[in-house]
Design a binder for this molecule. Structure first.
Ligand code: AP5
Length: 230
């Protein structure tokens, strides 16, 4: 695939729960000066703030099910509209269904943009379950892992000192449901974007730095390069 200019790029991180979309999305957006839009983070923020959206989303999230497409599409549309035009963006956890992908295509087309790359992060189920069981997050959203990426002081955020939390939807039964929903509703996006010629597969089983290097290569950025924020 060609290397394309970084400004205005739209990159989607696709993959199972726990594969590392959030971890890599934050790193990629920081390296490139792009926005990182995680629908999971937006929904959790709405839930914490007690907004109508948060209240509506709660029962779906707690059950490990997808929040309805129209709710998610409106949320992302608003978010993209509020961003400086032409800013690169990493979408993490969106789209998650074919109707969401079609809606995203239409929203981008209105601005003369398109999806430039879809990176499918891949890892076996055993790895996913271990990562999810070890995940701990700060209230501000920094993600750790007790097995693979622990904080300096166990149980507390390195940045803020706040106590780390275990996500409510990371309980084993809900995780099984989320994995099943991924296979049923989200996996068809692999064929959808492959047919569009924008899908790249990245092995997500290596350590965080290794996956990051492979991801930068997949989006056409040399490892170690940085681009100023716009
Ligand atoms: P969301 O928050 O998007 O959850 P998810 O897709 O299930 O993904 P996760 O956040 O579990 O995993 P991740 O891939 O980001 O992994 P992470 O980097 O944290 O969505 C939650 C819910 O919101 C959904 O179930 C749904 O209800 C709703 N929702 C969200 N978007 C929606 C949409 N578009 N439509 C409808 N509903 C929607 O990594 C996991 C752990 O592993 C961490 O501890 C990390 O430190 C560690 N780790 C990461 N990479 C590595 C590595 N290479 N080596 C070792 N450890 C690693």
């Amino acid at each position: 695939m060609d290397t394309i200019p970084p400004a205005g790029r739209v990159i989607i991180l696709l993959g199972s729960p726990g594969v590392g979309k959030g971890t890599q999305g934050i790193r990629l957006s920081r390296t490139m000066g792009w926005a990182h839009v995680s629908t999971g983070d937006l929904l959790r923020a709405a839930l914490k703030a007690g907004t109508a959206l948060g209240l509506e989303a709660r029962r779906f999230m707690e059950a490990g099910e997808l929040v309805p497409d129209d709710v998610i599409v409106d949320l992302v549309r608003e978010h993209l509209a509020a961003m400086p035009s032409g800013r690169g963006v990493v979408l993490d956890g969106f789209p998650r269904t074919v109707p969401q992908a079609e809606a995203l295509g239409a929203v981008l087309a209105e601005e003369g943009r398109r999806v430039d790359r879809v990176v499918l992060l891949e890892a076996g189920e055993e790895v996913l379950v271990k990562r999810i069981s070890g995940r701990r997050s700060s209230p501000g959203g920094r993600v750790y892992n007790v097995h693979f990426d622990p904080p300096r002081r166990a149980g507390y955020c390195d940045d803020t000192g706040e106590a780390l939390i275990h996500r409510a939807d990371d309980q084993p039964e809900t995780v099984r449901k989320r994995l099943a929903v991924y296979h049923e509703a989200t996996a068809p996006l692999v064929g959808y974007y492959d047919a569009g010629g924008v899908l790249v597969r990245v092995d997500g089983e290596g350590d965080i730095a290794r996956v990051q290097a492979a991801l930068l290569e997949a989006v056409g950025v040399a490892h170690g390069s940085t681009v100023a924020s716009d």
